[in-house]
Design a protein around this ligand. Structure first.
Ligand code: AMP
Ligand code: MG
Length: 345
């Protein structure tokens, strides 16, 4: 080795040593658990990250609430309902497009213009009271997605739109779809921040990706639909060990009341104006997004077993797990019916 080569090699070694000293260690990723209350329900988020994303998660919840909340009078949805504004933001536009799609797929069983009926039956902004058939008849003419039109221009971040109501009494209720959509919003936030392993659970609607802290698939419980208005009972019917999934469940075992002997559940059939009453206790749907799964699960609850299976089989990106009440002799048991794609991962 010449003197010149020796000098170059020594300089290179010194440079590498200097770089090693100066460049700090890469921050280590670890699993975070973020839990709390949001949108009148619980949330439980687990994610692997190099940083705590709690503040970003809370900010995303606030931005979503400002668009979709029915209880925040200045939200996009409330302003459209009150008729003080017609401007639709990106969250609203995404929600509306999915609602329209599921409305068509369900033959009108899913309908976000059901809001006046939801209020009448005491599941929305108004308190419950005994309902007379005449009150239902009075509201039904103001229910129907054909009485609303969303006009959209642009796409992606540039999307904008406005809502046109051909009937000023039309009111929108995003309660059957927004919780699932909020799971997608948080999952997208985590993905943007480099997370590859996470489980987002908002009031039972779930998006899961990658693996848990033990390196295993996520475990997601499907609740046994036992009547429980307190929401405190939580027996598990089945545990899925799965990943890369968006899942939502609808049921009539938590949000209901009795008017005499009549059980009034929060799923309303917009075609009749009455709360649904049939043997379908809960519907869990897997789909291409949690927003879509949420809307489809509610649609299943309106349609009942046969209609639900038909709608889900016709949708190549979805599958469902239905729990039904079955009368055997004098006792009622539970029966599970799945669509053909349910088992396929
Ligand atoms: P979910 O728990 O997702 O099934 O949503 C239930 C909520 O959706 C109810 O509390 C109502 O606010 C709303 N809702 C009830 N019936 C319908 C329907 N047929 N279509 C759309 N939304 C509905
Ligand atoms: Mg739903």
């Amino acid at each position: 080795m010449t003197r010149k080569q020796l000098l170059i090699s020594t300089a290179l070694i010194a440079l590498v040593a200097l770089v090693l000293i100066l460049v700090p260690d890469q921050p280590k990723a670890s699993y975070y658990a973020d839990k709390g209350q949001v949108f009148g329900t619980y949330y439980a988020i687990q994610y692997e990250s190099t940083a705590d994303l709690h503040d970003s998660i809370r900010a995303a919840f606030a931005a979503f609430d400002a668009s979709m909340s029915m209880f925040n009078p200045s939200s996009t949805l409330s302003r459209i309902n009150a008729g003080v504004d017609s401007v639709a933001d990106a969250y609203f536009i995404a929600m509306y497009r999915t609602a329209e799609d599921v409305h068509l797929r369900s033959g009108g069983a899913f309908d976000i213009t059901v809001a006046p009926l939801v209020n009448l039956w005491g599941f929305g902004l108004k308190n419950r009271a005994h309902v007379e058939p005449a009150q239902v008849e009075q509201l039904l003419p103001h229910v129907g997605m054909n009485k609303v039109r969303l006009h959209v221009t642009g796409d992606g971040l540039q999307v904008s739109g406005y809502v046109e109501k051909t009937d000023p009494y039309v009111q929108l209720d995003a309660g059957a779809i927004a919780k699932g959509q909020s799971c997608d919003v948080i999952a997208a936030l985590l993905a943007r921040n480099g997370c590859e392993n996470y489980l987002v659970d908002i009031g039972g609607e779930v998006v899961a990706k990658g693996c848990n802290a033990q390196g295993n698939p996520w475990r997601i419980g499907i609740t046994r639909p036992v009547d429980d208005a307190t929401g405190e009972l939580s027996e598990v019917q089945s545990v899925l060990k799965t990943t890369d999934i968006a899942l939502a469940t609808s049921g009539n075992y938590r949000n209901f009341y009795y008017d005499g002997v009549e059980k009034r559940s929060h799923t309303i059939d917009p075609r009749t104006g009455y709360p649904v009453q049939h043997g379908l206790l809960s519907a869990t749907v897997r789909s291409s997004s949690c927003m879509r799964a949420d809307a489809l699960a509610t649609a299943c609850m309106v349609l009942g077993e046969e209609g639900a299976i038909k709608m889900i089989e016709a949708d190549s990106v979805s599958a469902c797990y239905l729990i039904l009440a079955e009368q055997v002799d004098d006792s009622t048991t539970m029966k599970v019916v799945c669509s053909s794609r349910w088992k396929e991962e």
